[in-house]
Design a protein around this ligand. Structure first.
Ligand code: FAD
Ligand code: UDP
Length: 366
């Protein structure tokens, strides 16, 4: 008899498996894929270059707790991600910063002058509710069109005005020349990759791993006390309130017989092309190799559910599932798909650590 059956071997499931196993609980963790690490899975391709199968994953967090927790399972390689956007035939930093403005407009404005410039362009919105409001409120229509509208349409197949503010609010606006994509306190990549980190997390005698297995095929056959579900919450309930929309991506990898393809980790293509961005893995991993692998991201409505789509009508459907989920004493839901939240890796780790504490508390009071 297992104490816990955990569905999904990504961050959400693996953190709980590790924590519970250390408490002496017997855990079976199941994934329908043929590997651990969920969407953070990385591996060496046929040319010996480390790639991320489900798109580029850059670790960043402000949470010391999360960073310390993961540091038990990996060493780190310091890495600060930088992104350029291809706009008006030039490559300029995104998030929009001092350099972006001066390059695009051929100006030599100081930081305070850029602030004034952006204030003069910005169109104050009484309420900032949508992803369009966020950007237009900060930088005005012209920069919105150049950097956000087309990219967002490609990525989500929605106009920014149809998406919650939280989506484009992920990308700030700066008036200094800081060109890092993230400003979190901790920014680093697991030295030997994510999969290796997961291997260490899961190597405990109390954890059994079952891959290539849809949980529906075994859930009634394997005795267990409690279930933790990190797959899509709507699928757990057989879509009884309708399907929750997710956005997917087709990743196209290309290995080139050259040391480097582009000057920085990622280049975004807000208005041109069908793909949103190209990432070159060697920038992220620091790997030395005579060849290089890049990945193009083509967003699509079909395929694996990667992105919950933050907008009111979807939240309303999710709330119905959430209500059902809350009524089940022996089943817990967590993770990006299990709680339909556009979470980064560190947020998922924090969420699962919090759920672990809740489970232990409940256990103690029984
Ligand atoms: P997942 O990793 O999706 O794990 C869920 C697992 O459940 C999957 O392995 C799935 O196979 C399994 N499963 C589902 N249904 C079943 C079933 N019926 N039976 C058995 N198993 C099942 N975050 C960052 O912090 N930085 C980044 O740079 C970053 N980049 C990203 C880029 C892309 C393109 C994407 C899609 C996401 C990115 N993220 C990034 C987010 C990150 O991937 C997620 O926050 C994190 O992987 C979520 O972990 P999870 O365990 O909740 O879900
Ligand atoms: N975005 C944009 N232009 C950009 C970068 C981002 O319009 O050059 C918008 C787009 O809607 C995107 C969102 O901001 O989906 C969040 O961007 P982020 O890079 O955080 O997306 P992720 O890495 O999660 O795909």
């Amino acid at each position: 008899m297992y104490d816990f059956l955990i569905i999904g071997c990504g961050f959400a499931g693996a953190v709980l498996a590790e924590r519970l196993a250390k408490q002496g609980k017997k855990v079976l963790i199941v994934d329908k894929r043929d590997h651990i690490a969920g969407n953070a899975y990385d591996h060496y391709n046929e040319d010996g270059i480390m790639i991320h199968k489900y798109g580029p994953h850059i670790f960043h967090t402000n949470s010391e707790e999360v960073f310390k927790y993961l540091s038990q399972f990996t060493e780190w390689r310091p890495y600060e991600h930088r992104v350029l956007a291809s706009v008006d035939g030039q490559l300029v930093p995104i998030p929009i910063n001092l350099t972006t403005i001066n390059t695009l407009y051929g100006s030599k404005l100081s930081s305070s002058e850029v602030k004034e410039f952006l204030a003069s362009k910005a169109e104050a919105r009484k309420q900032v509710l949508t992803s369009e409001d966020v950007v237009i409120n900060a930088v005005g229509k012209e920069l919105y069109e150049k950097f956000f509208r087309g990219y967002t349409k490609k990525q989500w197949n929605l106009d920014p005005s149809e998406l919650d503010a939280s989506v484009t609010a992920r990308v700030p606006t700066r008036t200094n020349s800081d060109d890092r994509y993230f400003t979190d306190t901790f920014q680093a990549m697991p030295k030997n990759g994510y999969t290796e980190m997961f291997r260490k997390m899961l190597s405990h005698p109390n954890i059994h791993i079952m891959l290539n297995t849809n949980y529906k095929d075994i859930v009634n056959l394997i005795p267990h006390q409690k279930l933790i579900f990190t797959g899509p919450v709507d699928s757990y309930f057989d879509f009884r309130f309708g399907k929750l929309p997710y956005r997917s991506i087709n990743f196209e990898f290309e290995t080139l017989d050259q040391h480097q393809y582009q000057v920085t980790g990622t280049i975004n293509y807000p208005t041109s092309n069908l793909y949103t961005r190209i990432t070159e893995f060697k920038h992220l991993t620091g790997q030395k190799h005579s060849k290089t692998t890049i990945v193009y991201e083509y967003p699509t409505g079909e395929g694996d559910p990667y992105y919950p789509i933050p907008r009111k009508e979807n939240q309303e459907i999710y709330n119905q599932y959430r209500k059902l989920a809350d009524e089940m004493p022996d089943v817990y839901f967590t993770g990006r798909l299990g709680t339909y939240k556009y979470y980064n890796m560190d947020q998922v780790v924090a969420q699962s650590l919090a759920l672990f504490r809740k489970i232990i508390k409940e256990n103690d009071s029984q």
